[in-house]
Unconditional design. Structure first.
Ligand SMILES: CC(C)(COP(=O)(O)OP(=O)(O)OC[C@H]1O[C@@H](n2cnc3c(N)ncnc32)[C@H](O)[C@@H]1OP(=O)(O)O)[C@@H](O)C(=O)NCCC(=O)NCCS
Length: 174
């Protein structure tokens, strides 16, 4: 595990991911879990300009090393607990901390994923205002569930085995 150089730089939106070279080496896992490979694949596509359009937020440490990525787009949230679908709700497509920093903690005790998700939510609020934000997470992905739970995302179970759980955050300030 690498040491984080603090203070981390403020999380920021990267307008042109194809020009952000650190994406080429990004990896959020050895690929043992499907979600790690998925995040790495999306990041690779963003760097090659082959991804579905989405907003990319990056978090760097004080030395400019890429700590993590989070991307989102607007989608329709068909949540079972609402009367009607919620249109144009920010959907977090991927979030990943580079594997060099897995298990790392900031001086204040928080995880890098916390700073990254807070930064992504701030970017969402800045661009789209306060809205419901949602994500889909494999039931077995305990570390991602813990992260979303720490940031006010409620949990809706999948109906069938093999499907993903829905995490929904109400329109609140970060
Ligand atoms: C989800 C994620 C962003 C959370 O990052 P984070 O909040 O900064 O925290 P970490 O995952 O590094 O660490 C969380 C805990 O798991 C532990 N951990 C770290 N690496 C681990 C590993 N390879 N296996 C098991 N546990 C691990 C940490 O020690 C930490 O434990 P602690 O809370 O007792 O200190 C990060 O785990 C990640 O990038 N995962 C792969 C991508 C992914 O699953 N994305 C979500 C779906 S899109």
């Amino acid at each position: 595990m690498s040491e984080l150089a603090e203070p981390l730089r403020p999380a920021r939106v990267v307008e042109d991911p194809t020009a952000y070279e650190q994406l080429a080496d990004f990896s959020c896992g050895a690929g043992d879990a499907a979600w790690e490979s998925h995040v790495d694949r999306v990041v690779g596509r963003l760097y090659k300009g082959e991804a579905i359009p989405q907003t990319l937020v990056v978090l760097e440490d004080a030395d400019g090393r890429l700590v993590g990525v989070c991307s989102f787009w607007l989608g329709d949230l068909m949540a079972p607990l609402f009367r009607t679908p919620i249109r144009d709700a920010p959907y977090i497509n991927v979030i990943g901390v580079d594997r060099r920093f897995h298990g790392a903690r900031l001086a204040d005790g928080s995880h890098p994923g916390d700073v990254l998700l807070r930064g992504a939510l701030a970017a969402i609020h800045g661009l789209h205002g306060y809205r419901h934000v949602f994500a889909l997470v494999a039931p077995e992905n305990a570390r991602a569930h813990a992260l979303f739970a720490r940031h006010g995302f409620g949990e809706v179970s999948p109906l069938k085995e093999g499907r993903q759980a829905l995490r929904i955050r109400p329109p609140l300030p970060v």
